[in-house]
Design a protein around this ligand. Structure first.
Ligand code: SAH
Ligand code: SF4
Length: 349
């Protein structure tokens, strides 16, 4: 997969990159910071619109760089307040992002790749494979979309949309720094969640970045045979290795790992499995159970509410904190695992 060239990708610039770019054109560094603020606090659409800049600088930047922001093509609203956006990227590809209402405020679930290479057998995002990585700036632009649509501040970002964030490590980490940057959106690292299907080497690398973000591991089964039947990635990184990496993440960052466990009727929802999971969680952790959201291509059924409760109770009885994720946006196919790429759309002119 080709590397994104940060030297020319304006949306992926940190303030220091913007300062260097304007300095190269003979302008003072604070002009770069004005650009960064204009992009993420002002939703700047072109250099020409940066009114605080002298005309000559606007012109020089327009000649040297292209500023192409994601274009919202469609927005769907669910009764529960969820909004799903279909965003067209500069090359005509598209991704989805979802704005979600909570008691504490607004969060956005963003995509990190066009498609996904992991091929989990329950998810819509992996159907058709991975087309390409998103740049850090393209991930940021989804947050900018959400901020424009939300009635209040978007205070949390979940990297849980289309794609495997740790299969796009370089851009994901840059995104985390970008969205945290105080002169831009200024989100706290604790309010950023990276969800992974379990790419162990990348999880261990993330533990050393000094970014105290929340790590969510998609477990979905406590033993290798069952997990492998649902998630091909388990062949490379089996359950024991995944759990060990989560423990290391907690030790290195002080952040308790969240385990995601989707419940499919008759497949992975037995209480004996919950007990086996509890026995293996020997370090501080939290389990988030999610009744499987229907994806027409996959032949499963969500676990019924009484089974979801029994599974959660089995964990709680063994002292493992467990919550049931409230499913938002199902009616507009905006819930976990229901996002998908729609294929290339006409390229912008
Ligand atoms: N690729 C990353 C992040 C995106 S998927 C990962 O797999 O963790 C976000 C979450 O949605 C994961 O926990 C994933 O397993 C879950 N998921 C996928 N398909 C789902 C479905 N149909 N119903 C409920 N959750 C699903
Ligand atoms: Fe990819 Fe995550 Fe879906 Fe698996 S669950 S196919 S890793 S997006």
């Amino acid at each position: 997969m080709s590397r994104i060239d940060w030297a020319t990708d304006v949306l992926s610039w940190l303030p220091a990159d913007a300062e260097a770019a304007v300095a190269d054109l003979g302008a003072a560094p604070y002009r770069g910071r004005q650009l960064f603020q204009g992009l993420w606090r002002g939703h700047l659409a072109s250099f020409e619109d940066l009114a605080v800049w002298p005309r000559s600088l606007r012109q020089a930047m327009s000649e040297r760089y292209r500023l192409q922001r994601a274009v919202p093509l469609a927005e769907q609203r669910a009764h529960d307040g969820t909004v799903k956006g279909l965003l067209r990227l500069a090359d005509g590809e598209s991704v989805e992002a979802v704005l979600l209402p909570h008691r504490y405020g607004w969060s956005v679930c963003v995509s990190t790749q066009v498609g996904c290479a992991m091929g989990c057998h329950f998810c819509a995002s992996g159907i058709g494979g991975r087309k390409r990585n998103l740049s850090a700036g393209e991930i940021m632009d989804q947050v900018a979309w959400a901020s424009a649509v939300a009635p209040g501040r978007v205070g949390r970002v979940d990297l849980m949309g289309i794609g495997e964030p740790l299969d796009n490590y370089r851009e994901t980490v840059r995104f985390l720094r970008l969205v945290h940057e105080p002169s831009g959106l200024g989100l706290s690292y604790r309010h950023l969640t990276v969800s992974t299907s379990g790419l162990v080497p990348a999880m261990l690398r993330l533990a050393e970045e000094g970014l105290p973000v929340t790590l969510a591991a998609s477990l979905h089964a406590p033993d290798d045979a069952l997990r492998e039947s649902l998630m091909p990635v388990n062949r490379a990184y089996p359950v024991a290795k995944l759990l060990a990496a989560c423990e290391t993440y907690w030790e290195r960052t002080g952040r308790r790992v969240t385990f995601e466990y989707l419940l499919i009727q008759g497949v992975n929802d037995g209480t004996a499995l919950a007990e086996s999971l509890a026995d293996q969680l020997t370090f501080p952790a939290h389990v988030n159970v999610i009744p499987w959201n229907p994806v027409p291509e996959h032949p499963f059924r969500p676990s019924p509410p009484h089974q979801v409760k029994a599974f959660c109770d089995a964990l709680l009885n063994r002292g493992i904190p467990c919550t049931v994720r409230r499913e938002l946006g199902q009616e507009i196919q905006a819930a976990c695992g229901q996002l998908r790429r729609t294929g290339a759309l006409p390229a912008p002119t």
